[in-house]
Each structure stands twice: as C-alpha cells, then as structure tokens.
Design a protein around this ligand. Structure first.
Ligand code: HAM
Length: 406
C-alpha cells in the first residue's frame, strides 16, 4: 500500500465529501466496525472455499491463542454488529468506509491494504431497494463526472436455485475437466461457481455450452432482473452478464459489478448484490440485505478533478510589512463569512510576483493582495486570476461582502 501525500489526498477528499452528501440525501447513516474480527466470521460469511478466506486473509493467533483476522471486506462485520445488537427486525440504511486487507499478489489497482466505501440496506426485500441502490450508484457517477463505465448485472436466484445450478455446472464440467485451465480445475473442486468468472481462454471456450444461470432461476427473478435493467438502460451502460457470480459466497438474488476500460486488468471498481441469508448464517434472525462497496483506489483513478464542481479558492497575499494582528483578522473574518471557499494564505513569504505565481500554481481563482499602502488605508486589491486578471480596490466591508456572496 503506497503512502498518501497531500497532493494524492485531494481526490480522496473530493470523493469522500461528494459521497457523504449523496449518502445524506438518501438518508443513509454511517456505521464503524473494528478492523479486526474473529477469523470464523469471515469463514462463515465470505465462505471458507472463497479465494478471500482460503488464500488472502491476514490471520494470526492473538495472545489468547484465538484466531483473528484483519477484515477483507465490510459487509460481514456490519451484519455481525446488527445481529449482536439484536436489531435484525429493524430496517437500516448504512454506509461505512475504511481500510480492508487481502493478501493478494500486488499489482496496479490491487493492493494488500486497500480502501472501500460501502453501503448496506438491511431489512428491505427484493424490490425498491435494488432500484434505489442503482439510482444512488448513477448519482455517484454523475457527481464525480465518471462517464466511461459499464454495469454488469445478474440474478443468482435463491439458495436452492444457486445449489441446483451449481450441481448442473459440476456435472457438465467434470467429464470435460481435462479441457479446463489448471487454476479452474482447482476451482471446480473448491468453489465451482467461480469457474464461470475465469479469464482463461480454454475455460471460456468450454463454458460457451455450459448450463446457464438464467435457466435455473424463477420467472419472477428473471422478470425482476429484466425490468431493473430496462429501467436504467437509457441512463447508463447496463447489461446482464450471466457469468457474473462474484467472489463471495454470501450472495443470492441480484448481483452487480461496475467496470471501466480506463482501469486495465483490475477493471472492477464497484461490486455488490443481495445477501439475504447472511444474518441467519451468522446466528441472527432472518434479515433481508443488499449493498455494494466501491474500491477507493480504483475509483480515484477515474476521477478527473476538472469535471467535478470544486470549492472556489482565493489566494491571500501580503506584501511588504506584516502586521499579523490586522491581516489575520481579515483572513479570519473572511473564513467565517463563507466556509465554502478555500482561503490559501501561503504564510506570506516572498515578493508579490512569487506569491502570485504560487497562487496560480495552487489553482486559485482569485487573489486578495494587501500591501503597505492598502493596509494603511484599510483596503485590499481583489484580483481575478481566472481570465484577464481584472483587479479592483475594495475597502474591508466591500471585500467581506464580495467574499460572502462569491
Ligand atoms: P468485492 O467485489 O470483493 O466486494 O470488493 C469491492 C471492490 O473493492 C472491488 O470492486 C474493487 O474495486 C475493490 N477491491 C477489492 N480487492 C481489492 C484490492 N486487493 N485492491 C484494491 N481494490 C480492491 C465486497 O467486498 C463486498 N463486501 C461488497 C458488498 C457490499 N456486497 C454487498 N454489500
């Protein structure tokens, strides 16, 4: 995991504040759960035959010889928390963010410590919540100015349908096992559905004639999926992908993944779906559940700061004699009068020219210039840095007024 410096974090902050506004507008509240959980939680939820639990968990024995793990994802902990509080009968709309840990082979877009921002809607059966989450996802893309993306979506039916399909897939593949790629031979034994996800050519050829999920799920499920896709297809690139099964065992019902061609090999930057059985599996009462998580490092790659509405930035330039008491009162009054604007004070060193250069480099839209003369007369120069550099002389009240209404 690379270190993140202030210049890297600019995009992170834009992402975080944009998402917070969207979560608030959907009346979704934050939950925070620990980074460490008993290993058993992930074995019982994500699945002990999944790659995540099998090969990627950071697990160790604590001083009490109990196996604990760094969380590889957030949904299991959220459900554990709700079950532990005996809140399964209530409805919850929750979001979370933070680091996750998977011992994968690092490469571009794939880290051993990475971050997710996730949403979980609990207590809502299949229906409106699928529509609401896809709407939220579209809103996220629109607000972040992300245009080049594809939503792949599928329906895994209920657990019986999933099991029946799995059996049929195994009976189809077992006699043809020699044609499968080596990796997929292992998957066929440990987690057959994951064979569908294979990127290996030989396996993909074989899968062309394999049984299809759609033939095992009910008409109701199929209709629901088709209606969902039809409702959004005018607004985004969304299509059914029958090979989409997702790498975590807890899913049933609608699952989805969002990919972008701009990302290279690790092209999925959001994944999610319904997982109505997890509460039960973790010893809780029945509770409907659906959600998604965004891979922060990957979505950050897609952000183009120019496409995002950002706060205006004003450079605060003091040249000549510094009377901190007076200049910092001006800066303080300005900050209080309009909290949406960034006032960049460069801690006032250097000539006017070098400070103006700094203001341009820091992408300031305007500059406030205070020299000896201005300070004496309680005036400032207001300079537009965006176009032809118009400037005007303002007294302090006019400045405050302008800044407040910017
Ligand atoms: P996931 O698909 O395993 O789903 O992860 C979600 C996203 O996290 C991925 O689409 C990817 O962008 C990012 N991600 C995963 N592994 C790495 C890695 N090693 N490095 C960088 N980014 C990574 C889940 O975790 C589910 N809990 C999502 C969910 C929430 N389903 C329902 N509710």
């Amino acid at each position: 995991m690379p270190d993140l410096f202030p210049e890297d974090l600019e995009k992170w902050h834009i992402l975080e504040s944009t998402l917070l506004n969207i979560f608030n507008s959907f009346d979704t509240s934050e939950i925070r759960t620990p980074l460490i959980e008993p290993t058993d939680l992930f074995a019982r939820s994500v699945g002990d035959s999944s790659d995540i639990v099998n090969k990627e968990l950071y697990s160790f024995l604590d001083r009490n010889e109990e196996s604990i793990s760094l969380r590889p994802e957030g949904s299991a902990s959220v459900i554990r928390a709700i079950v532990q509080r005996k809140q399964e009968h209530n409805q919850h709309k929750l979001w979370y963010q933070g680091p996750m840990f998977r011992y994968e082979r690092p490469q571009k877009g794939r880290y051993r410590q990475f971050h997710q921002i996730g949403v979980e809607y609990l207590g809502h059966q299949e229906g409106a919540s699928e529509y609401e989450l896809i709407s939220m996802i579209l809103e996220i893309h629109q607000s972040l100015g992300i245009q080049d993306y594809t939503i792949k979506i599928n329906h895994l039916g209920d657990s019986q349908a999933k099991e029946k399909f799995c059996k049929s897939l195994v009976s189809f593949l077992e006699p043809r096992i020699e044609d499968l790629h080596e990796k997929d031979k292992v998957r066929l034994k440990s987690n057959p559905l994951r064979v569908l996800d294979s990127k290996e050519k030989s396996t993909q050829v074989l899968l062309k004639n394999a049984p299809k999920f759609q033939d095992f799920i009910s008409k109701k499920s199929k209709d629901f999926l088709n209606d969902l896709v039809n409702a959004f297809k005018d607004q985004c690139d969304i299509h059914i992908d029958q090979s989409l099964v997702r790498g975590l065992d807890y899913y049933t019902g609608v699952v989805f993944e969002i990919v972008s061609r701009e990302l290279g090999a690790q092209d999925a930057f959001l994944g999610g779906g319904r997982y109505d059985n997890l509460s039960n599996q973790l010893g809780g009462k029945d509770m409907y559940a659906i959600g998604f998580a965004i891979g922060v490092e990957r979505i950050i790659e897609l952000l183009n700061v120019q496409n995002i509405n950002q706060s205006l930035k004003v450079g605060f330039i003091i040249v000549g004699e510094q009377i901190y008491k007076k200049t910092y009162k001006i800066a303080n009054d300005l900050r209080r009068s309009n909290k949406d604007i960034i006032l960049d004070t460069f801690l006032s060193e250097g000539s006017l020219k070098s400070q103006l250069r700094k203001a341009n480099k820091n992408n300031c839209d305007f500059a406030i210039i205070i020299g000896n003369e201005e300070l004496k007369n309680n005036q400032v120069i207001w300079k537009d840095l965006r176009e032809d550099g118009d400037q005007e002389l303002l007294n302090l009240n006019e400045l405050l007024d302008k800044y407040t209404n910017l």
